[in-house]
Write a protein that binds this ligand. Structure first.
Ligand SMILES: Nc1ncnc2c1ncn2[C@@H]1O[C@H](COP(=O)(O)OP(=O)(O)OP(=O)(O)O)[C@@H](O)[C@H]1O
Ligand SMILES: [Mg+2]
Length: 245
């Protein structure tokens, strides 16, 4: 068996006097989907920002493929193979899908020009593999539906992530059918052996998608369960701290 792609040990994060995360430890294996759940303000987004290099942890350690890493910024996390998809998308609305896939990391031709042919070919290949249903690689982002946009954002993350994709409520703004499409795309990441950490407030979604569920309550790690070995009642009790009748 291969080791974890991500290993968090004893992570703590304080903002001034506020403890957002205390003593958090978790392993994520290649091809595994782990859901991170908890009420508003539990510390979920903070945790993702720690793993994506946005916030340095106040204590604790992070290892990727068994190697300890200290990430001083988001660029460094991306270089190490970690990509993030946020609920409010960071796509360039006026630009074509293929430009968005390479935003800030565009390949150049030998003459130093944008290598559009390569960008378009790689976009078409990826969109097909992930079954992201967009009209074409040339379509402008503003002309896509919310689900299609989120598909592009996940395709971009998939293109660049070699180890880990972090999803912070990726379907919060989407309708039922669009959510189902995005869930299929997330599921298809398993085949690529990428580890996935997904934050979601929808327990239905969490149970449809995840292999394991990790619960946070007010910055404390309440527990981690195998999805198959738990149920909604138990997870709700863990999130709220109240026994379910
Ligand atoms: N940059 C920051 N500065 C100060 N406090 C912060 C900062 N970021 C987060 N916090 C605090 O840390 C705690 C956890 O916030 P976080 O955004 O991680 O919660 P969350 O679980 O993602 O909530 P939600 O479900 O509402 O998105 C909150 O009390 C929040 O106010
Ligand atoms: Mg959040």
């Amino acid at each position: 068996m291969t080791g974890p792609v991500l290993e968090l040990s004893g992570i703590r994060k304080t903002f001034g006097g506020v403890t957002a995360i205390e003593d958090f430890s978790l392993e994520i294996f290649p091809g595994e989907i782990v859901a991170l759940v908890g009420d508003n303000g539990a510390g979920k987004s903070t945790l993702i920002k720690i793993v994506s290099g946005v916030h340095p942890p106040s204590a604790g350690s992070i290892a990727l493929d068994g190697q300890p890493v200290v990430m001083s910024n988001a660029t460094m996390a991306r270089m190490l193979g970690i990509e993030v998809v946020y609920q409010d998308l960071a796509l360039a609305d006026q630009q074509a899908v293929y430009m968005n896939l390479f935003l800030g990391r565009e390949p150049l031709t030998a003459l130093g020009l944008l290598d559009r042919r390569r960008m378009i070919a790689e976009t078409e290949k990826l969109v097909k593999e992930l079954d992201v249903r967009i009209p074409s690689a040339h379509a402008a982002i503003r002309d896509l539906s919310g689900g299609q946009r989120q598909g592009v954002a996940i395709a971009r993350a998939t293109h660049w992530a070699s180890k880990l994709i972090l999803l912070d409520e990726p379907t919060a703004a989407l309708g039922v059918a669009e959510t189902a499409r995005v869930e299929e795309i997330v599921r298809s990441l398993k085949k690529r052996n990428i580890g996935v950490l997904i934050i979601s407030h929808s327990l239905d979604q969490v149970f449809r998608l995840s292999d394991r569920i990790c619960v946070l309550r007010r910055g404390k790690q309440i527990g981690v369960r195998d999805t198959k070995a738990t149920d909604k009642n138990e997870i709700i009790a863990m999130i709220t701290g109240l026994k379910q009748g």
